[in-house]
Design a protein around this ligand. Structure first.
Ligand code: C2E
Ligand code: CA
Ligand code: CA
Length: 659
């Protein structure tokens, strides 16, 4: 994942909080501006209201004064009152002009008609009265000022002035209400705009956080469905794709193969060269599988070194081609830091709809075919067939029954004689495990040794055989040795040598009579780890024989370092082959090698007189095989020792395995 989803979600949430705070701040600022505008407007309206009532007062005041000056002028005939009158007259005019300017148009218009006429009329009458007094006509002058007309005009002026001021006040009041309304409206709009901006910003953020979560969900889904190392789909995605493909082919009437792939030797490389080399190999294999993908195939990594390819195919020939291509590509050498590595691909195939139509069964059957490919070490692909199920079932039964069989002593050693080739003398026996099954009779070790190894029962089995083999050897003449087979995996057990010693001591035989056989393959893989247990065994006086020699890859240096006493030439080199010359050459060089390292040799699988003679001629010391005897029970073994003679050895092949 690129960034932590938590971090990204928190950053989006932060941004949302900041946006919300910013929105609130904007709203508060807008509210404050609105408030201050409202207050300044209402102050202005207030001031104008005060001014209007002030002007109204002035008008009545000046009007009163003018009347008073006119009356004083008429009463006293003093011309100074006339002067005062004329000085005051413009003040009234200006106040009236101010009032008209402030007033709404309609009221101003009305005042200009009625108020001004009344004012002009009173002033005319006053001036006329003052003029008459100057001429000495005092009573006429008084008559004018006391006339009804004069009083009416005066009253008209007063009432029109009152009306004008009232109209002004009303208009200002309505202005005030407008301001209040405007303020409310603007407040509403501001809140609306604020909410709008906030919503838009938050919505954007919401979408972004949705994207973040959707992306995270994609990442999680990708991780859940893919193998991190190789980028191939994992087991879960394999099951999903398999489901879909099975559905598709069932509708279209096509065929699908589930090819389970296992790379033989991968684990060994992993433990020998480390996980970095292992990872390099897996990545390279995944790359090849992906390169082979087309519209009809898809590849998955479903386990450590296990891959699955789903492939649609038209006919068996086409599928065979696909498998061959797969094997060819997968087995190409891989360059790793530790050198070039080649692995063998094992393929197990199950087909739909032929073998199964549901994913679980198809998967299981491909796995069964793969197990078969592994145990057969098959070169090509192994196709599932129903007989494999029986094998699996019997293997499962063995796995459940084996612990009880070991405990109850049903696993017993059978003994096969080892003969000195030069004299035909009996030198010892190899103990080979047999399962004396109450229902199924004698079961050969091939059927249960590998199960015991896989199920972790091999130590118990080995100690049971060793203990019985030693107990039997105690009853034999002292010069006869006994060999027991040790599985490669057991060498990893650090207590192996001390437990072997305890059993040998308990049985009361000399450790020099015991030989432990280990296969050559076991050495090739873990040279360093087997050195200590083998050295410990040698120190106890126990001999070590290298079993199945020629089938592994041990170097001469390893052989000499590991204090091996004996090599047992594998029976594949002894039995008649297409190229006897070649086999003879190999055997000769193995014998030469053993001689140069001071080791003894036993040839396994001698079935014919001529083979024994030829091996003796080539310098092989000991022989073992059906020519002398098959492995026999402990009682038959005692009888064999009793009757053994160099001559009898020649006819020993007539002694049949008892069981
Ligand atoms: P191995 O140790 O190589 O044993 C020799 C096998 O060759 C035996 O098979 C034996 O019966 C068979 N054999 C002997 N002479 C001839 C012959 O002339 N011709 C042919 N064709 N075969 C011959 P067996 O007893 O079936 O054992 C098979 C393998 O099982 C053994 O191979 C050994 O690897 C393993 N095994 C047997 N017992 C034990 C045991 O107690 N522990 C372990 N770890 N492995 C065991
Ligand atoms: Ca053996
Ligand atoms: Ca062998």
């Amino acid at each position: 994942m690129k960034h932590s989803i938590v971090k990204r979600a928190i950053s989006v949430a932060h941004r949302s909080v900041v946006i919300a705070l910013f929105g609130a701040f904007l709203l508060a600022v807008a509210g404050m501006i609105e408030r201050s505008i409202f207050e300044s407007w209402s102050r202005q309206i207030d001031a104008r209201l005060q001014r209007a009532s002030h002007i109204a007062n002035q008008i009545s005041l000046f009007d009163e004064r003018l009347s008073m000056f006119a009356n004083m002028a008429v009463a006293s005939s003093d011309w100074r009152w006339v002067i005062r009158y004329e000085n005051a007259a413009p003040l009234l005019g200006r106040a009236i002009a101010d009032a008209t300017a402030m007033a709404p148009d309609a009221a101003a218009g009305r005042f200009a008609t009625y108020g001004k006429i009344a004012n002009d009329a009173t002033m005319n009458m006053e001036r006329q009265a003052m003029g008459l007094v100057q001429k000495g006509q005092k009573s006429e002058a008084e008559a004018i000022l006391n006339s009804r007309t004069y009083a009416t005009e005066k009253a008209t002026l007063a009432s029109e002035t009152g009306r004008l001021v009232e109209a002004t006040r009303q208009s200002l009041q309505s202005d005030f209400f407008s301001v209040v309304r405007f303020s409310q409206l603007s407040k509403f709009c501001l809140v609306l705009i604020g909410i709008g901006i906030l919503w838009a910003a938050l919505y954007r953020n919401l979408r972004r956080s949705e994207d973040v979560f959707a992306e995270a969900e994609d990442d999680i889904r990708y991780l859940a469905m893919h193998d991190e190392l190789t980028g191939l789909g994992n087991r879960r995605s394999c099951v999903e794709v398999l489901n879909d493909k099975l559905h598709d082919i069932s509708i279209a009437g096509r065929k699908l193969a589930l090819i389970a792939i296992d790379m033989a030797g991968f684990r060994k490389v992993n433990s020998l060269y480390g996980h970095v080399a292992g990872d390099t190999i897996l990545v390279a294999l995944a790359k090849r599988l992906r390169a082979d993908e087309d519209s009809g195939t898809s590849a998955f990594r479903v386990g450590g070194d296990e891959f699955v390819v789903l492939s649609e195919f038209a006919n068996d020939a086409e599928l065979e081609d696909q498998c061959n291509t797969l094997i060819r590509h997968l087995e190409k050498p891989i360059a790793a830091a530790s050198g070039t590595i080649s692995l063998n691909a094992r393929l197990g195939i199950a087909k739909a709809p032929q073998d199964a139509t549901d994913p679980q069964s198809l998967y299981r059957k491909a796995d069964i075919a793969l197990q078969q490919a592994r145990s057969e070490q098959a070169e090509g692909a192994v196709h599932y067939n129903t007989s494999m199920d029986d094998r699996i079932r019997s293997r499962a039964r063995i796995e459940t029954e084996l612990p009880g069989a070991i405990e109850r002593g049903f696993i017993v050693p059978y003994f096969q004689p080892v003969v000195e080739l030069s004299t035909g003398r009996l030198v010892g026996f190899e103990a080979l495990a047999r399962w004396e099954h109450p229902d199924q009779g004698l079961i050969a070790p091939d059927a249960f040794i590998s199960v015991a190894e896989e199920a972790g029962l091999i130590d118990d089995l080995f100690f049971a055989i060793l203990q019985q083999a030693c107990a039997n050897a105690r009853m034999w003449p002292q010069h006869l040795s006994v060999s027991v087979n040790l599985s490669p995996t057991q060498l990893a057990n650090p207590n192996i040598s001390s437990r072997i010693r305890a059993i040998v001591e308990e049985a009361g035989i000399s450790p020099g009579r015991l030989e432990i056989e280990i296969t050559e393959n076991a050495l090739a893989a873990n040279f360093t780890s087997v050195r200590q247990p083998l050295t410990d065994l040698r120190k106890l006086g126990i001999s070590i024989a290298l079993d199945d020699f020629g089938t592994g890859y041990s170097s001469m240096q390893h052989l000499s370092e590991l204090l091996i006493n004996k090599i047992k030439i594998d029976k594949s080199f002894i039995r008649p082959s297409v190229d006897p010359q070649q086999n003879a050459k190999i055997v000769r060089s193995m014998l030469g090698l053993a001689a140069s390292l001071g080791m003894k040799t036993t040839a396994e699988g001698i079935e014919q007189e001529e083979q024994a003679a030829e091996l003796h001629r080539l310098g092989c010391a000991y022989g073992q095989g059906y020519l002398y005897s098959r492995p026999v029970s402990r009682l038959a073994c005692l009888a064999m020792i009793e009757r053994w003679s160099p001559l009898a050895a020649r006819q020993a092949s007539t002694i049949r395995e008892v069981g």
